[in-house]
Design a protein around this ligand. Structure first.
Ligand code: ACO
Length: 333
């Protein structure tokens, strides 16, 4: 284990962080095309493609969220040449697991046969960045050999399939990474604008005989236009902030890994970031739709397995979503 302090680009002492040593992912087998949705929704392939860039999504039939998480974790461990015995902590980001308790991380731990503490974090589509930052804090504290991070969602379980304004946008999947101590996590930036009107997923009221409030449909409610405005405004801001914190410039970036919600939102960020060529924005949302906390590790794994990242490449991961929340982090590959 290396020392617990490092020197950053501005020569300031900061805590040790981590290095990504492996990635994995998993999506359910069943593919649902835009055309398939027109059978029961008043929508069209043309509308969905032109407004979001999405062409299809993978939707669970028999798979559970934790099964997707487990498979993504196993793929990441194999990619990192790491056994479950070496994992000292498992962190998961999800808003659509099959249980509130136990945590999805605990289910994955059981099924992997790992022996380590586990916890889930919930920050909707921004969950992945919170996971990275939490991991960095644990590494800074010391005593962790390797850590497993997983973003996994079955958004299909919490979608209102009668609401065409949300049902067409999401999909199911999981992505994971294995981390070891290193100095490759450079900076992060987080903003939360507490709000349950733009995006909300209520839980069930339960059966308390005293509880008197109306049951809100326990499914995804989203004001698409307000979310869009929030995303377009915040995405470039978070990237600027992490670059400034690390003493780096847009031109230093090799890859932008945005949350995969809408191609128009990514294009808008790309237009503003003139220092980064458009083909440096990693995009696979046309195949998977918005998989919430899984979307960044899913695209990260695809790019990694395609051999696109070179050692030393500078990556920015950036996300927005329920909360409302937005965040970015800067990682050296
Ligand atoms: N098919 C056909 N027509 C539709 C559909 C559909 N699936 N959905 C809505 N429409 C209609 C609307 O009813 C509206 O019709 P009207 O003009 O007759 O009223 C029209 O299309 C335009 O609707 P808008 O909402 O204005 O469409 P917009 O161009 O804003 O695109 C979209 C909608 C794609 C939802 C966009 O606003 C968006 O991507 N927002 C961001 C969503 C997002 O990224 N969420 C991620 C976070 S989610 C989380 O954290 C859980």
């Amino acid at each position: 284990m290396q020392e617990n302090t490092l020197t950053d680009a501005k020569n300031q002492i900061r805590p040790a962080s981590f290095k990504i040593i492996g990635t994995g992912s998993c999506v359910p087998e069943n593919i649902v095309t835009n055309e398939d949705l027109t059978v029961f929704l008043d929508t069209s392939d043309e509308w969905i493609r032109s407004r979001s860039g999405i062409e299809q999504r993978h939707i669970c039939t028999t798979e559970t969220t934790s099964q997707l998480a487990l498979k993504a974790a196993q793929n990441a461990l194999e990619n990192a040449n790491t056994s479950e015995d070496e994992i000292d902590m498992i962190l998961c980001a999800t808003i659509s697991g099959e249980y509130v308790c136990p945590s999805m991380a605990a289910l994955v731990q059981r099924d992997l046969g790992a022996q380590c503490p586990c916890v889930d974090l919930s920050a909707a589509c921004t969950g992945w960045i919170y996971l990275m930052d939490t991991a960095s804090a644990f590494f800074a504290r010391g005593g962790i050999r390797k850590m497993l991070l997983i973003g996994a969602e079955s958004m299909s379980r919490i979608l209102n399939w009668h609401d065409r304004s949300t049902a067409v946008l999401f999909g199911d999947g999981a992505g994971a990474v294995v981390l070891e101590p290193g100095d490759n996590y450079l900076a992060s930036s987080f903003v939360t604008d507490g709000n349950d009107e733009v995006i909300a997923i209520p839980t069930k009221n339960g059966i308390s005989p005293w509880f008197a409030n109306e049951q809100k449909l326990p499914l995804v409610h989203m004001d698409g236009q307000e979310t869009y405005k929030f995303a377009v405004h915040n995405l470039p801001k978070r990237i600027d902030e992490v670059l400034e914190k690390a003493g780096l410039k847009e031109e230093d970036l090799d890859w932008v890994i945005p949350h995969q919600a809408n191609k128009r939102i990514i294009d808008s960020a790309a237009r503003r970031m003139k220092g980064v060529p458009e083909d440096r924005f990693c995009v696979n949302l046309q195949k998977y739709g918005n998989t919430s906390a899984a979307s960044i590790p899913l695209v990260l794994d695809e790019w990694n397995r395609a051999g696109k990242f070179q050692e030393g490449d500078l990556l920015v991961m950036v996300a927005f979503g329920g909360g409302l929340s937005s965040a970015a982090c800067l990682v050296r590959w």
